[in-house]
Design a protein around this ligand. Structure first.
Ligand code: DGL
Length: 259
């Protein structure tokens, strides 16, 4: 059986890429809800309905675990999903806890969708871990549109970020949290804008580490061919060209940051 990966669009591919690295002998179903993306500017009720419909579809294809590779969908629907299904369901939330633990005395900027930042789940996270009021939140919904439209020109992205950050003193931030999976495509742009003294973190690797552990603990690992089937809102994609281009963007970015 496959592992299901779900996102409103292409953002979850940033997490899938890590899974393909760590768990290459699994098969995957990647469901992008392209009919309804973006989620981050929609109502809670709409997003909940979209996520539950998508999950039902994925379950019908046969999945042994589900990764909700979307912070927005997680904050709205993870409890409903876990109440409904008994297989392992992993969600994602902005990495506030590790940021606070690692950060030292500098401020932390959490970037996410407007809906994630508004939601109770995020407010609870802040109340629990940001005791010293070191965290600021910034919604960057246009980054989702950029990623969906395959805009990867770093000049465009960096000037957008600088425009959103106008009036901010960037030197006060020790850590920037990417609390939306779409934003991880732009990690290097964040690094360039904030400079080498600021750590830019996301939840991709942590989520996949957790997935690996859950599959191992439950004896659910497989020795399969590492196939990915992509769906756009329930329509199987005849070929993987579009998604392969996004995976390629990540490979290029990774090899450049390791060079
Ligand atoms: N990728 C999603 C997230 O992690 C949501 C983007 C959107 O649809 O607005 O929050």
């Amino acid at each position: 059986m496959s592992i299901g990966f779900f996102d409103s669009g292409v953002g979850g591919i940033t997490v899938l890429a890590e899974a393909l690295k760590q768990l290459p002998r699994e098969n995957y179903i990647y469901y992008a809800d392209t009919d309804h993306v973006p989620y981050g500017t929609k109502s809670k009720e709409q997003v909940k309905r979209f996520v539950l419909e998508a999950a039902e579809f994925m379950v019908a294809q046969g999945i042994k675990a589900l990764v909700v590779a979307c912070n927005t969908a997680t904050s709205i629907a993870i409890n409903d999903l876990r109440a409904k299904y008994s297989f392992p369901i992993l969600g994602m939330e902005p990495a506030v806890k590790p940021a606070v633990e690692k950060n030292g005395s500098k401020r932390i900027l959490v970037t996410a969708t407007p809906l994630t930042l508004r939601e109770e789940k995020y407010q609870n996270l802040i109340a629990k871990f940001d005791k010293d009021h070191m965290v600021d939140g910034l919604a960057l919904p246009e980054l989702v549109e950029f990623a969906e439209n395959f805009v990867f020109d770093s000049n465009i992205i960096q000037s957008y970020l600088l425009q959103k950050l106008e009036g901010y003193d960037l030197s006060v931030y020790g850590t920037v949290v990417l609390g939306c999976t779409h934003f991880s495509f732009y990690k290097d742009c964040f690094r360039k804008v904030f400079g080498p003294g600021t750590l830019v973190i996301d939840g991709g690797v942590g989520t996949v580490n957790h997935l690996k552990k859950v599959l191992t603990d439950r004896g659910l690992c497989q020795d399969a061919e590492g196939k990915v089937i992509f769906y756009s809102s329930g329509r199987k994609q005849p070929d993987n060209t579009k998604y392969a281009q996004y995976l390629k963007i990540l490979q290029v970015a990774n090899s450049a940051s390791q060079a």
